[in-house]
Design a binder for this molecule. Structure first.
Ligand code: PMP
Length: 407
């Protein structure tokens, strides 16, 4: 009897993890990992934020903590703090009890939970994401049952900036009810966010065409060092009375990648509809994984709800974002010093964890094969993989790639 698995095909590799494996297996002393979007210290190591370290010890030692199940919707003090971090204490939706959170398995889990709800309970089938976007958006929404997955124009390769006219045009042509995924800040992979004026134009179209904004907030505070500034877009939509979903991740801004701490914030027009919506989200969580893990959420909860710890956290996110900004400048300066053909302002102008270098696939291949520098095929680099010891090696490699391989 043949195995029931005999005809299962091997699925395609997930590029970012395959790249990481190649990096780990590479024995070159000059290798550089610019693939995975995880913060690294100046000496290239992962960083446990001191405030997180301190709080996890407190949580572990607390007499009041046990390992009973959390409610299906998660730790309530955490979800409340999370909604307030996103929308601000003064938001009308918070004050009027129209904004609620459901704890989720980091940003990905929050996206999936929201997508499941939109697909199953509201029958939404059309979703738009930016071209390009984080590669998992497609998988998450198709996995949740969306069958009509489209893109809106976002990146103008020539200008190395946002194609705002193309973006608005594509949204204007979207069918009523379509779900629009918007990166709240620090767009992955381009590092290029709409300006405040552009957000206004985007909100006008979304409102007038009755589209549904689903924000993906994976970098609040990590991008600029200021959580309020990084929440501008979401808060702006909320201030216009827009209903929205927002998937929040605490992977980057707390360095809690593997603890899977996230939240789905739901903003509704009317407090009267919240009980029904939350009950349906509860049923979706119940069927998928029953209830979320507690440890990471307890850490974020403790930090966000304590003014002193919160201040320490602000200092940590400033350290991370400043180091990234410094590395942008260092790479830019090196390329200018080498006289590398092309313009490189975009490296310093872009924001957040990534830079979209503009290198093409052949140039990327040269960086990997000859220089042991690992980056995605699209030319996206994770800035925190750079440090003072490797930035000149990376600049030299980029210089050789653009001078020997045509664009
Ligand atoms: N959205 C975007 C745009 C991201 O870059 C990421 C992290 N790479 C996520 C969501 C979710 O990450 P996580 O599930 O680890 O929170």
């Amino acid at each position: 009897m043949a195995s029931i698995f005999a005809n299962v095909e091997v699925g395609p590799k997930i590029e970012v993890f395959a790249l990481n494996k190649l990096y780990v297996e590479d024995t070159s002393p000059v290798k550089v990992n610019l693939g995975v979007g995880a913060y690294r210290t100046p000496d290239g190591r992962p960083w446990v934020l001191p405030v997180v370290k301190k709080t996890e010890i407190q949580v572990a030692e607390s007499e009041n903590i046990n390992h009973e199940y959390l409610p299906v919707t998660g730790l309530e003090s955490f979800t409340k703090a999370s909604v307030r971090l996103l929308l601000g204490e003064e938001s009308a939706a918070v004050k009027e009890n129209r904004a609620h959170g459901v704890q989720a398995l980091s940003g990905t889990g929050a996206l999936r939970l929201g997508a499941e709800f939109l697909s199953r309970k509201l029958g939404r089938n059309v979703v738009y994401y930016s071209d390009p976007t984080w590669e998992n958006h497609h998988k998450v929404f198709s996995g949740a049952g969306f069958t009509d997955i489209r893109t809106y124009r976002y990146w103008n390769a020539e200008k190395r900036g946002i194609d705002i006219d193309g973006l608005l045009d594509d949204l204007k042509n979207a069918p009523e009810g379509a779900v629009i995924i918007l990166h709240a800040c620090a767009h992955n992979p381009t590092g290029c966010d709409p300006t405040q004026e552009q957000w206004k134009l985007i909100a006008d179209v979304i409102e007038s065409k009755k589209l549904f904004p689903f924000f993906d907030s994976a970098y609040q505070g990590f991008a600029s060092g200021d959580p309020v500034r990084d929440a501008f877009a979401v808060r702006y939509f909320e201030s216009r009375g827009s209903e929205l979903f927002c998937a929040q991740s605490y992977a980057k801004n707390f360095g809690l990648y593997c603890e899977r701490v996230g939240n789905l914030t739901v903003v509704q027009k009317d407090a009267a509809t919240t009980a029904a919506v939350l009950s349906q989200l509860t049923l979706i969580v119940r069927a998928m994984y029953s209830n979320p893990p507690a440890f990471g959420a307890r850490i974020v909860d403790a930090v966000l709800n304590d003014p002193i710890l919160r201040k320490e956290w602000y200092e940590c996110i400033k350290i991370m974002s400043n180091r990234i900004i410094k590395m942008r400048k260092a790479l830019y300066d090196e390329l200018v010093r080498l006289g590398t053909p092309g313009t490189w302002n975009h490296i310093v102008d872009q924001i957040g964890m990534f830079s979209y270098t503009g290198l093409n696939e052949k140039q990327v291949k040269l960086l990997i094969d000859k220089f042991h520098i690992y980056l995605l095929k699209t030319g996206r680099i994770s800035m925190s993989g750079l440090n003072e010891n490797n930035v000149s090696h990376v600049a030299k490699a980029i210089h050789e790639a653009v001078t020997t391989i045509p664009n």
